[in-house]
Design a protein around this ligand. Structure first.
Ligand SMILES: *Cc1c(COP(=O)(O)O)cnc(C)c1O
Length: 382
């Protein structure tokens, strides 16, 4: 198992397969027309994978620019020396604007009020603002409601404070409702006609997240995509096109067995005694818990792989430790690796499976891996 060689000293770690990022980006780029810009979404510490390392690898793999949630995340990218464009996906608070301008970030405008605050910050700093206007076409979250968007377009176009670089929308249901997504796309396309064609020709026009790629149309005016989940190797749905690209999971999650012992039938295991052993049982205590990113929802439901075999979680997942049944796995010893996500031997625990036990979505499973879990980066070709 490659996992052991890289992390011999760790109790719990995730292994990040950097060459898998190259392959995923390559597959996604190949599926897109060459003029389409690839905005790599690296918010939330690159979906738990570790932002500096992953962002650097993404750039090497050929992405065009980055998107993050906020100014603090963008500042981190600038600190490690990336001067690529960085788009802020969330609304920016007035007090954050001076820093956003100083760092040369692409600010998303979600309202006339926000645009006015940006114009004020520009007047104070003397630095022009690079902006994308975000339109709410049925997500009900960020962005100017589409019926009020034309007014914001006109404001941005008229004021010299702005360098207008892009316009975009965000899909709410691209992973499960093609008709609703098509409706959002139509509202957005109709709205684009309100922008003079000479101005429109210079804009980045984007709508698609990973799931949106399923219905991406090269003939539309779209000339950029915002890719998160897919580049980390997870198709947002089992849809034919995206699944056919066969993205490879980049992250796997492992921890050490720290104690092995035999318990008699009838023993209550872990907090609140939710599991009573029905047979004499050999248990392994694994050094990972909800303090690392294994949700308590997986209690009595999930499995870890030990020595290539599925071992059921017994009782409650606790903050630092999880107990698994190794009665049927011969010769488990302290120091063995338990795999929570990923392959071990001939078996694999997928993120989809983990999410079913943990009652969460793939994005969440990755983001809730905590800082206590060491990140180990594999750079070798596999
Ligand atoms: C997070 C985010 C994305 C990336 O979505 P994935 O489903 O992970 O590809 C794209 N656009 C916006 C506005 C986002 O907030």
């Amino acid at each position: 198992m490659s996992a052991s060689s890289n992390a011999s000293a760790a109790r719990a770690w995730v292994e990040i397969d950097l060459p898998a990022i190259d392959r995923n980006v390559g597959r996604i780029k190949q599926a897109l027309p060459p003029h389409v810009r690839y905005v790599a979404v690296v918010k939330a510490d690159a979906y738990g994978h570790g932002m500096p390392e992953v962002a650097t690898r993404l750039l090497q793999a050929g992405v065009d620019c980055f998107a993050v949630a906020n100014v603090a995340e963008a500042a981190k990218l600038r600190e490690v020396g990336h001067d690529a464009d960085i788009l802020l996906l969330s609304p920016t608070l007035p007090n954050e604007l001076p820093r956003a301008l100083a760092l040369g970030l692409d600010v998303t405008l979600n309202s006339l009020e926000e645009a006015q605050a940006v114009a004020t910050a520009v007047a104070k700093s003397g630095l022009k603002a690079k902006v994308h206007v975000k339109v709410d076409t049925g997500m009900g979250r960020a962005g100017v409601w589409h019926e009020q968007a034309a007014e914001l377009f006109a404001f941005v176009q008229a004021d010299a404070a702005f360098e207008w670089r892009g316009v975009y929308t965000h899909f709410s249901d691209a992973d499960s409702d093609a008709a609703y997504t098509a409706g959002q796309r139509t509202i957005f396309l109709t709205l684009l006609e309100r922008i003079p064609s000479t101005v429109r020709a210079g804009l980045m026009i984007h709508a698609d997240n990973s799931a949106g790629l399923e219905s991406f149309s090269a003939s539309a005016p779209f000339n950029a995509v915002r890719v998160g989940l897919m580049q980390y190797g997870l198709p947002p749905s089992t849809g034919s096109f995206l699944a056919s690209l066969r993205p490879e999971p980049v992250l796997s999650f492992h921890a050490r067995v720290v104690l092995v012992k035999d318990l008699p039938a009838g023993t209550a295991v872990s907090y609140n005694r939710t599991k009573i052993l029905s047979r004499p049982t050999r248990v392994a205590i694994v050094a990972v818990g909800y303090g690392d990113g294994v949700p308590t929802a997986a209690s009595n439901r999930g499995f870890f792989l030990v020595r290539g075999q599925r071992c059921p979680i017994l009782g409650r997942v606790t903050m630092d430790q999880t107990i698994v049944d190794v009665t049927d796995v011969p010769s488990v010893v302290v120091g063995d690796i338990a795999t929570i996500l990923g392959a071990q031997g001939a078996d694999r625990i997928t993120v989809a499976e983990f999410c079913a036990w943990a009652d969460c979505i793939p994005w969440e499973a990755l983001c809730t891996l905590t800082q206590r879990v060491q990140r180990v980066y594999r750079t070798d070709r596999t």
